[in-house]
Write a protein that binds this ligand. Structure first.
Ligand SMILES: Nc1ncnc2c1ncn2[C@@H]1O[C@H](COP(=O)(O)OP(=O)(O)OP(=O)(O)O)[C@@H](O)[C@H]1O
Ligand SMILES: [Mg+2]
Length: 304
């Protein structure tokens, strides 16, 4: 089993009277993509910035590669790559100068060309940061994180503002890094991203962990029933076997089943025999987004 690279136990952080992180514990294993999800203000950035050594914690234990990030040990910083949620790189430097500056902070940096290729900014090498589009700026943030060839990457909403092509490309970069044995801590509001990338997920809401698992098993997702939907003329009567579980709304029919093979068989054989076309027929399991919304709705409704 892979060793744990990040260990967090009972982490707490308040801003004045606001308890932003209220005793969370988790571990991240080496070469794992670990995603932290949660609504705006849940405490994700606070947690990441404590792990990065940018923020002081009030309580709990934190270890990254055996170091406490609060001590600012150089040996730890050299192993970390960081994409902050908001960054402040010098707008008057060029892309190449910016990457070189960050490469200079690390003992064994990647080459500039390699870094720029990885994020698709090679042709913007000589552009000033002010001249980049929002998505290109974000790519530069990712480039900076990769410059030192770090062992662990902290990515706080890394692909916000990316166009779909760039997002896919970023995912490939992240998977490539994982395959090289790098450990990746990710926050994201994109459920597609998390579904694609993450080995494990924790959901936090108002500073507490409210669910954890893999993208496929979060909140018992693998046991959730299948929803079958289709349209048919309102005048038609469904067969006995499935009528009881169906909800009708106009021409639309929706039914839930734990045995989709049988239900679809009964439904489609009936339709073929009766000569009815089931328009828009689909059978779906709840998406990660569905279970996420359910979890966070419950958590936000709960008393603090
Ligand atoms: N420097 C600060 N001073 C005071 N309050 C802060 C500070 N930084 C964050 N907060 C508050 O702490 C809470 C958690 O913020 P945090 O940035 O960790 O949330 P987040 O989960 O990253 O949200 P988002 O998805 O919007 O990025 C919020 O209520 C926020 O207003
Ligand atoms: Mg944040």
């Amino acid at each position: 089993m892979a060793r744990d690279v990040v260990e967090v136990e009972d982490l707490r952080k308040s801003y004045g009277s606001l308890q932003a992180v209220r005793g969370i514990s988790f571990t991240v294993a080496e070469a794992e993509v670990f995603a932290m999800l949660g609504p705006n203000g849940a405490g994700k950035t606070t947690t990441v910035e404590i792990l990065e050594g940018f923020r002081r914690r009030d309580g709990g234990r934190v270890s990254v590669f055996g170091f406490d990030p609060a001590t600012g040990d150089r040996r730890l910083k050299e192993q970390m790559g960081i994409v902050l949620q908001t960054t402040g790189v010098d707008p008057y430097l060029t892309v190449a100068e910016t990457v070189d500056m960050f490469r200079g902070y690390y003992p064994k940096p990647r080459t500039r060309a390699e870094v720029l290729d990885l994020v698709g900014l090679a042709d913007k090498r000589d552009s000033r940061v002010t001249k980049l589009s929002g998505g290109q700026r974000r790519r530069l943030d990712v480039a900076i994180a990769l410059a030192g060839d770090p062992q662990v990457l902290f990515l706080d909403e890394p692909t916000t503002g990316f166009d779909p092509g760039a997002r896919r490309a970023a995912w490939e970069v992240i998977m490539g890094l994982k395959n090289l044995g790098k450990t990746i801590f990710l926050t994201s509001h994109s459920m597609d991203e998390v579904q694609f990338l993450a080995d494990r997920v924790v959901v936090i809401a108002t500073g507490k962990i409210v669910a954890q698992g893999t993208p496929d098993t979060l909140a018992g997702r693998q046991h959730a029933s299948t929803v079958v939907r289709f349209r048919m003329p309102a005048s038609v009567t469904l067969p006995e076997a499935i009528r009881g579980s169906a909800r009708l709304e106009g021409n639309g029919v929706e039914l839930e089943t734990n045995d989709p093979t049988r239900t679809l068989y009964e439904l489609t054989s009936w339709a073929v025999q009766t000569g009815i076309s089931l328009e828009g027929l689909q059978a779906t399991r709840p998406s990660l987004e569905d279970v996420y919304l359910e979890i966070t709705k419950e958590a936000e409704g709960a008393p603090v």
